[in-house]
Design a protein around this ligand. Sequence first.
Ligand code: GLN
Length: 481
Amino acid sequence: MMHKLSITELSKGLKNKDFSSVELTKHYLDRIAVSELNSYITVTDELALSQAKDADLKIAKGKGTILTGIPYAHKDIFCTKGVKTSAGSKMLDSFISPYDATITEKFNNENMVMLGKTNMDEFAMGSSNENSYYGPVKNPWDQKRVPGGSSGGSAAAVAARIAPFATGTDTGGSIRQPASLCGITGIKPTYGRISRYGMIAYASSLDQAGPLTQTAEDAAIVLNSMSGFDDKDSTSATKETPDYTKNLGNSIKGLKIGLPREFFSEGLESDVEKVIMQSISEFEAMGAEVHEVSLPNSAYAIPTYYIVAPCECSSNLSRFDGVRYGYRCDDPKDLNDLYLRSRSEGFGDEVKRRIMIGTYALSAGYYDAYYLKAQKVRHLISEDFKKAFKSVDVIMGPVSPTTAFEIGTVKDSVSMYLADIYTLSANLAGLPGMSIPAGFSNNLPVGLQLIGNHWSEETLLNVAHQFQLQTNWHSQLPVEP
Ligand code: GLN
């Protein structure tokens, strides 16, 4: 039953010698071995057991941190020295990273235990995990359904308790949306909070890492470890990292919650809306005030994002040319053939689509009409939030307009893009956003989204924690097969 424990509880258990990190790690590896969710691309059994042994030694010496000896699953977008790092792509199927991402290094310094690398949409492009070269991940609440994406493997692994927590990245919703669809907690902090060094780039001005956990308290603990300035990432913030667990006991009496009317639009499933409104009432019962706010430019979030993100990805993914990294086609006739076939064979359809859109939008003559225009609208979206945060402390609404849909049912890209309608704006504005379990609709989890002003992670985490003290949605588990 160790897998039912949160990080705080596991850490106590390790300290009190109720179990060792090796025992804990074996327990998770055994659970992974029988799981049919396809949530891991690589399971690093041997490495995990040796890391667990080291952790036990450290704990025995009375050293170590709250995370020492705690196992975790790492999204396969973070470089891990000596371990395959695929980003869910055929392009990197044989790539063994020669170095560690900054957050991998941070976790190693705390002697945490990596169970493996989780499945994801190729290069983090997708909302359902169906774009992975390694096949779709199944949602543990209903295995016919998607777990969301792109951090779907991470979310499914935490929901099924085959990892106590996992890492994710969120460019347009990829932590919050799978957290919502799998009934777990996920936070994307303010842009710049966590180093992007060694995190394979999708859209650099939007990408941000974060934890997927069982509870807000666990998220605070992991965020403490992941955050901080890194001179290897020029966009990493120099702002000091607070102790995110410190304010978890604060009362939320008088908290001003803003409900953006644009987040309760016609595409929102009525059962999802019901769950969201019930959780808002819960906050009111706890002493919070609810105000209506408006984010008038949110209607442009999808078109803006789908210019900015493809533009940046077309540039970032140009490095995969069959020469420097990853897949190379067989018997190229000449250099052009090498480039062309390596990229045609190595990338999947959605990735190619985005590279083409981005390349087109950045071409001479189109740049002003598309990219520049999108940047201007991005600014307007930021300004909307700035205005709203003058009168409220936190914005709340749905994470996703629907619950988890069936694998194979959303066939065209544009419909898939709608899955992120409520999450994209926070990325465009660089704001922190969170998803917490808020209830169920037809036995499928529904997440509540919390968006805060820049650097307000402490508030978001405390607001979420207070909700989790009053409700038990976060401790519901899917039935095991
Ligand atoms: N679903 C969005 C996309 O496909 C967001 C993905 C993400 O946040 N990585 O781009």
